[in-house]
Design a protein around this ligand. Structure first.
Ligand SMILES: NC(=O)c1ccc[n+]([C@@H]2O[C@H](COP(=O)([O-])OP(=O)(O)OC[C@H]3O[C@@H](n4cnc5c(N)ncnc54)[C@H](O)[C@@H]3O)[C@@H](O)[C@H]2O)c1
Length: 270
């Protein structure tokens, strides 16, 4: 169902890789709600070609950008403002990658060059995106910036590896930059802490299937889907959440406040 919540709003959506991507679902929902946007992803992800399908469906243009490159980001932001015909109202940062996870290096045996790369892509890129938007004065007043995160920033999930540290850093950047963006430009900055979701990035985590099933059993409302996350993001881009900022917001069916559920206890009781 569409409520026209984003009519007349313009933005940039990072991170749509394929139809499972949270950013893909978000782009579809933002389009349904009347928003217009530029899609972007790393040049290497573009080669897989699927993003063209999303661009066509949502009437969007694609501008490749490696989110770790200031030059790419400067070009992206200035072009997006030109293409969309004015300053931006929303930005979604939906980017995550750990080479240690991908190559199976344990948390206690990291390759630090990979760790640094993962931190740059998964966390520092959020600072780079915001600094570029801030310096170009590219956000409209009462605009909204959202990044996606996971609860391993607060609690231990052993197989989440160095991504846990990257997410803690990402959430801190949201608060620190959010202060200046709020004070100087009336722009809000939040992170959404999402349930485990079957996507390319998610499925890279060891034991992901078991983990998703466990979270489902622990959460009174069950796991939040990619579509649930897209809907929540739409609400944060809308004018209905104008003074929500510097927050880490859980979209997880209640998981983060659970100790144990009946369903999980049942597996220990004979
Ligand atoms: N899937 C989950 O279980 C889950 C849970 C909580 C949070 N998240 C977060 O949601 C976000 C989106 O991930 P997803 O699950 O939709 O997976 P995904 O694999 O579909 O998306 C990750 C995106 O990051 C992009 N990316 C990687 N390196 C990049 C770079 N250098 N520059 C620009 N883009 C780059 C990829 O191309 C891809 O589009 C990530 O921040 C992820 O950590 C995912």
């Amino acid at each position: 169902m569409s409520y026209n919540l984003l009519k007349g709003k313009r933005g940039i959506i990072f991170g749509a890789l394929d139809a499972n991507s949270i950013a893909w679902k978000t782009a579809e929902r933002v389009h349904e709600e009347g928003g217009t946007f530029v899609l972007t992803n790393a040049p290497v992800a573009m080669r897989m070609g699927q993003i063209n399908e999303l661009a066509e469906k949502t009437g969007s243009q694609i501008i490749p950008a490696d989110a770790t490159s200031i030059e790419d980001l400067e070009n992206l932001v200035s072009q997006a403002v030109e293409i969309l015909g004015g300053k931006l109202d929303f930005v979604l940062h939906s980017i995550g990658m750990s080479i240690n996870v991908r190559k199976g290096n344990h948390y206690t045996d990291q390759n630090y060059a990979w760790t640094q790369k993962g931190t740059d892509v998964s966390a520092m890129s959020f600072h780079k995106v915001m600094q570029t938007l801030y310096k170009q004065d590219a956000m409209n007043e009462w605009g909204s910036i959202v990044a996606l995160t996971y609860m391993a920033a607060q609690r231990v999930f052993p197989d989440y590896n160095d991504m846990a540290d990257n997410k803690a850093y990402l959430e801190s950047i949201a608060r620190s930059f959010g202060y200046f963006f709020g004070r100087d430009k009336n722009v809000r900055v939040n992170t959404i802490s999402q349930s485990p979701t079957p996507t390319t990035a998610g499925s890279g985590v060891k034991g992901f299937d078991g983990f998703i099933a466990y979270a489902e059993k622990m959460s009174p409302l069950g796991n939040a889907t990619a579509l649930d996350c897209a809907n929540y993001t739409v609400s944060l881009f809308s004018d209905l959440t104008k003074r929500v900022t510097l927050q880490n917001l859980y979209n997880d069916g209640g998981f983060s406040n659970m100790g144990v559920s009946d369903a999980v206890m049942a597996t220990f009781i004979e």
